[in-house]
Design a protein around this ligand. Sequence first.
Ligand SMILES: *Cc1c(COP(=O)(O)O)cnc(C)c1O
Length: 341
Amino acid sequence: MGEGSTPLVKLENLSRMLGVEVYGKLEFLNPTGSFKDRGMTVGVSVAASFGYRIVAAASTGNTAASMAAYARRAGVEPVILIPKGGIASGKLSQIQALGAWILEVEGTFDDSLEAARTAAVKGLAYSLNSINPYRLEGQKTIAFEILEDLDSVDYVVVPVGNAGNISAIWKGFKEASLLGLPSIKPRMVGVQAEGASPLYKAWASRSGAVERVRNPSTIASAIRIGNPVNAAKALRAVEESGGLMASVSDGEILKSLRILAEHEGMLVEPASATSLAGLIRLRSEGVIRDGRRVVLILTGHGLKDPKALEFIAKGAGFRRTSANTTEEALLKLEEIAAHSV
Ligand SMILES: *Cc1c(COP(=O)(O)O)cnc(C)c1O
């Protein structure tokens, strides 16, 4: 459906504000509105070629929307396991409109994932969870595309949930030279939300031991995950690249969401804004120095989470008024014009 080949756009205003050279990889422009499409087109194709009739995944929403779309095209049945009440409304509508089976499971995402993995082991369906290796093969193309567009990169900042994406992108950078692409190895920065940050904690403690977070909580539902399946790979990516993990609060995430809207005209979902929140945090702590070149992976579309958009709209003071007649509308427009000069 035209997945991948997303634009890499210089964020001029943010670059000026933050004193670094910031680029956004606009992954929210993929066909179903998130980077998940890169891996799902590969995963569903493989499932179909193996002769599976049913594909299944536990999801915080975007994996499900993507799997449903590609399953439709491949003519296989999509079954989705979601944590009850735990996914953004735009994603739920998307999944429903694509006619996927939805199985709401009481508990957290991690409970849904456990059920999906057990079903796969019993041979009931082909599992397209983040642990699926073919999905990661698709997702690593993000690295190839960055190398096609830039001749140097210091940092790549990725929001981290189940930790498949950061692992896949690093794999891409490591394999790039096999394709004749330049061998540039940026530092990988993984950003988690404070209330769901087992990998940050493992990294910060230097022990590398990942402790499951029992009740993960954050406004960023796409990364509300307490027991990341790709934990070991992600920690290795961070270490091998000389990178780091960071954690940010929901307040910082929402502020970043608003900054992207206000200064760059881009609406992303909260999990996406986590990468900017991480950059802002690391700049203020002096970890990322002046003038460095940073790529933010902007993972999911703003329209997926209307509630989050309403929240930042309220913060911006709802610039909204009304008129009963065309004459009144003209008067209001004159007032607005007078305010704006
Ligand atoms: C899936 C997802 C993430 C997290 O990616 P992982 O591979 O699970 O770490 C981040 N942002 C959005 C919008 C997502 O859909």
